[in-house]
Every structure is written in C-alpha cells, then in structure tokens.
Write a protein of this length. Sequence first.
Length: 141
Amino acid sequence: MTAPFARHHLRVRVYYEDTDAGGMVYHATYLRYAERARTEALRDLGVPHADLVRDCNLMFVVRRAKLDYLRPARLDDSLDIVTEPVVLRAAAVTLRQDIRGLLGSCAVAEIELACVMLDTARIPPRWRAAFEEMLAAGSPA
C-alpha cells in the first residue's frame, strides 16, 4: 500500500469526444471524469477495484450522485479532479470531487458509494411471475 493522502489529484485533458456541439464539456462527461478519479485514487492507495472483486466478491456502486455545475470546461482544457472522503460508514463512503479548470471549479460532485456483494441469485418468485406475465403479453399469438 502506498502512503496515504488526504486528497487525490488526477489530471485529465478535455478531448473532442468529451464535448457537446458548442465545444463545452457535456454534462454527463463530468460523471465519467469523477469515476476515473475515484478508480485512480483507490489504485494509488494500493487497493484497486479489481482486488475488491477478486478477493472479497464485493464492489462499489454509486448509490447517490449530486453534481453542481459552476462554469464550463472547454475543448483542450486541462482539468484537475480532486477527490476527498467526506463521510465513511460501515458499508458506504461519500466522496467530494472537485473538477477544476484554470479559472477554478467547473463542477463539484458529491458521490455516495455503497459496498455490495456480487453473488448472483435467482429472481424471487413474485418478480419472476411478473416478468413472465410481461413476456407472455408481448409474445406474438
């Protein structure tokens, strides 16, 4: 495991594929940037997602995402995504992620991750019956 840090920084460049027709970062792209930064933060701490899946049969899923857009990032900008924990509970963690451009914050995300098991299970009977009804209703006669 590497030395701990209070805040993790990840640099990204805004590519054409990240932007809308006006050359500004498309709103959903900020969530992708945040995902990359969370993944790299864990990797840099020596605890990559792949190890959690392989060793513990667990994974993190986004339970809640709040995103405030403050100013647009544009094509070819260099952004710094700063990730820091805010709240840590037994089965969840809330992270604050500040996506910063040259002029300051472009967007700030608050992401709550839940730790869940990956075991597969059979669909319970009530839900299975409902899906079966839907299938039957949509089948050609």
